[in-house]
Design a protein around this ligand. Structure first.
Ligand code: GLN
Length: 217
């Protein structure tokens, strides 16, 4: 197997945590993968996959534009041969449309969804939900905790309000609200994964392991 390079966009947000979890998966499973932080188009060009972390989508899109990385990022995430994963602010940045507070974010428009920012409220309304991802997440038999619920962190998280291309966007996970609504929080469109939540803050590398096996290797 040829070695693949997974980049983590390191302009802003929780990029260290993502890189650490990818490194942990690579060590445990001896995957032929190297990990790098991405701040320039040269670094981006070396990558087969890119993780866009959570943080603040307004800041991320502004920094990308100011440092000349916006167009290279747009080309990368629209290239079907690259694997891409956006978490939280990263999901917002990847979206085709933002339905609220959109003025300060210029999205990359790679993932055919409309997202609502801060859909669960402010920082104080952050929460952890025990989620069962086994309907879509093929297990890695060597992991001790496979099949257990995943402690899933939502911090000023977006939700996916509308799917703009029903043929190619697959809903992976919805959460139920006390009011009985189902909110879409994870989708896949071919090579692109988008999650409202932060698997990198869970001290659990199953989600990253699945991304590497399913999208990258
Ligand atoms: N945890 C997060 O990434 C928060 C995202 C933030 N609410 C935004 O709009 O960018």
């Amino acid at each position: 197997m040829t070695t693949k390079t997974v980049g983590v966009l390191a302009l802003q947000g929780a990029f260290k945590e993502h890189a650490e979890l990818v490194v942990a998966c690579v060590r445990e499973n001896r995957y032929p993968i190297t990990v790098c932080e991405v701040r320039t188009s040269e670094e981006l060009n070396r990558c087969d996959a890119l993780i866009i972390p959570g943080g603040e989508s307004t800041a991320m899109s502004l920094i990308a534009q100011r440092c000349g990385l916006f167009e290279p990022l747009q080309r990368f995430v629209q290239n079907p041969s690259k694997a891409v994963w956006g978490t939280c602010a990263g999901l917002i940045f990847l979206a085709r449309e933002i339905t609220n507070d959109a003025k300060l974010v210029t999205p990359l428009q790679a993932l055919d969804v409309a997202v609502q920012r801060n859909a669960f409220g402010r920082q104080a309304q952050s929460f952890v939900a025990q989620c069962d991802f086994t309907s879509f997440m093929t297990p890695n038999a060597s992991m001790r905790n496979s099949g257990q619920p995943f402690s899933t962190v939502f911090i000023r998280a977006p939700v996916i309000d509308r799917i703009l291309n029903a043929e190619s966007v697959q809903i992976l996970y919805e959460i139920d609200t006390p009011a009985g609504h189902n909110l879409v929080v994870a989708v896949r469109q071919k090579n692109i994964l988008g999650t409202s939540f932060h698997p990198e803050l869970a001290d659990d590398n199953r989600f990253h392991d699945w991304f590497l096996r399913e999208f990258v290797l």
